[in-house]
Design a protein around this ligand. Structure first.
Ligand code: BES
Ligand code: MN
Ligand code: ZN
Length: 487
């Protein structure tokens, strides 16, 4: 994770060697006011250089070799992804041209909120690109420390907006760092220690080891982890930004399987991907990091269940019946359906804080990738207000998700003949993401709850214009927006 060397606003004589970013609309009309650039000439120039709705950035040399202009076209009625992509493209040009200073000439007509938020999205794509994970390479990629100058006639507004973006981006980078870490390094204990180091941000953190988990009767979590030599942990993180007693919090819950081999039902494919099965926990922790940086006036309690699902002589078995913390017995028919088990205990635990809503994030099912690919996460909820709020936040942040059904007709597939619930649907291979959600719902009670299956969106198999192959930081923006807006 990298910091920019410095970020300025309207700094005079900022740098004698820099890139100047000038914005155009989709008709190549120049939107920026640059003293030494005539907008009409710039428009003609931009067109002649091939700036178009297909080609969003062009590099323009000037009479001075120390100044390059970058003509950037605002996406036409762009989706947030397009704005993020534009910011990422600007970053790439800066990197490729080997400049370490950049000046943005923001359009002055930024009166309406929509236009201003598009600037935020461009800067998010730009700031978020200043990232690499290379600490295990002999030649560690040292990221240049860039200097940035924002030229704007609305300094106070953009300063506040971009500072918020920066806080969210730093949360996303933490999420990405955690997901990149290999499972021999980021064991449940190491993950818990990384979380504890966030206390300095004003977060209250409590780590439960296996002894405590036993006292708490969290046998579902303990069972999943019992085949590993790395003990399970459950970490509670509180941000009491509205009141010291942290009353009426929003609860966030994250699946943190640091490696999911499948256990005794060992996976036959995709094993190397399963270090990112802690993506839900990583997103929740990244969001808490951002929430603390932003000092949001809200109460939030996050719980992450950290464990490793391994085969071995002590592993839990298919056909075991385990007692969950909630008092419901669970028949384990497949040890690879472990996420729902650890979430059952974590959800039951967080209920004790009497939250006004519970939102869990989990890389829960391969089936959600079959259904939605790597574009949209699956949203399941028992509450229309909560679901509506989450969908609005999804639109506002670009963390895409799509509503999926819950229905008693699916729920019966999770019945077990000899326990209170089975961890495997009796309709194998059908509606796997929904039946997993039905399992979770049995542990929620009547609290407003949403489950977001991020198996496809947390990690992408190829560059999508904004993020390279790997972790996306999905969910951090979304959760920050939801906790800011949910009443
Ligand atoms: N961690 C996996 C889900 C997953 C798959 C995440 C691919 C990311 C990419 C989860 O624990 C799992 O194994 N789910 C099983 C459930 C099945 C046994 C009912 C699955 O999806 O196959
Ligand atoms: Mn699994
Ligand atoms: Zn898993």
């Amino acid at each position: 994770m990298a910091e920019f060397a410095s970020i300025h606003y309207n700094a005079p004589e900022f740098s004698d060697r820099h890139i100047s970013v000038v914005f155009f609309d989709e008709n190549a009309h120049c939107l920026s006011q640059v003293s030494d650039v005539d907008p009409k000439i710039a428009s003609e120039h931009a067109k002649s250089l091939g700036l178009s709705t297909k080609n969003h950035v062009v590099i323009v040399t000037s009479s001075s070799p120390s100044i390059i202009y970058l003509y950037a076209m605002m996406p036409k009625s762009g989706s947030l992804h397009d704005y993020h992509k534009l910011g990422a493209s600007i970053y790439r040009v800066m990197k490729q041209c080997d400049f370490d200073a950049v000046q943005f000439f923001w359009p002055s007509s930024a009166s309406d909120a929509e236009f201003a938020s598009s600037f935020g999205a461009i800067i998010k794509g730009f700031y978020g690109s200043n990232y690499s994970f290379s600490q295990y390479k002999k030649s560690v990629e040292t990221l240049r420390t860039y200097r940035i100058n924002h030229i704007t006639d609305n300094e106070s507004k953009l300063t506040a907006l971009f500072a918020d973006v920066q806080a969210v981006v730093s949360g996303e980078m933490l999420t990405k760092d955690l997901m990149h870490e290999p499972p021999n390094i980021l064991t449940p204990k190491a993950f818990a220690q990384r979380i504890t180091s966030m206390e300095s941000l004003g977060l209250q953190i409590e780590v439960m080891d296996e002894k405590k988990l036993l006292e708490q009767r969290m046998h579902a979590l303990l069972s999943v982890g019992q085949g590993s030599t790395n003990p399970s942990q459950l970490v509670t993180v509180k941000w009491c930004g509205r009141s010291d007693d942290c009353s009426d919090p929003i609860a966030l819950v994250g699946k943190g399987v640091c490696f999911d081999s499948g256990g005794i039902n060992i996976k036959l494919q995709g094993l190397v991907d399963m270090k990112y099965d802690m993506g839900g926990a990583a997103s929740v922790i990244g969001a808490m990091h951002a929430i603390a940086k932003l000092k949001l006036p809200v109460n939030v309690i996050a719980v992450v269940a950290l464990t490793e699902n391994m085969p071995g002589g002590r592993s839990y078995r298919p056909s075991d019946i385990i007692q969950s913390r909630a008092g419901k017995s669970i028949e384990v028919l497949n040890t690879d359906a472990e996420g729902r088990l650890i979430l059952a205990d974590a959800i039951d635990y967080v209920r004790e804080f009497q939250p006004k809503a519970i939102i869990d994030l989990a890389t829960l099912t391969g089936a959600i990738i079959v259904g939605l690919g790597h574009e949209y996460a699956g949203l399941f909820s028992n509450d229309e207000k909560l679901s509506g709020c989450i969908q609005a936040s999804s639109k506002a942040t670009g963390d895409k998700l799509w509503p999926m059904p819950l229905d008693p007709a699916y729920d019966v597939f999770m019945d077990s003949p000899i326990a209170d619930v089975s961890n495997l649907s009796s309709q194998l291979g059908k509606a796997g993401s929904i039946t997993a959600a039905q399992f979770l719902q049995r542990f929620v009670g009547d609290l407003p709850w949403a489950h977001i299956d991020i198996a496809g969106t947390a990690w992408i198999p190829q560059h999508n214009g904004v993020h390279p192959k790997g972790p996306t930081g999905y969910g951090v923006s979304l959760l920050v927006d939801v906790v800011s807006n949910y009443q």
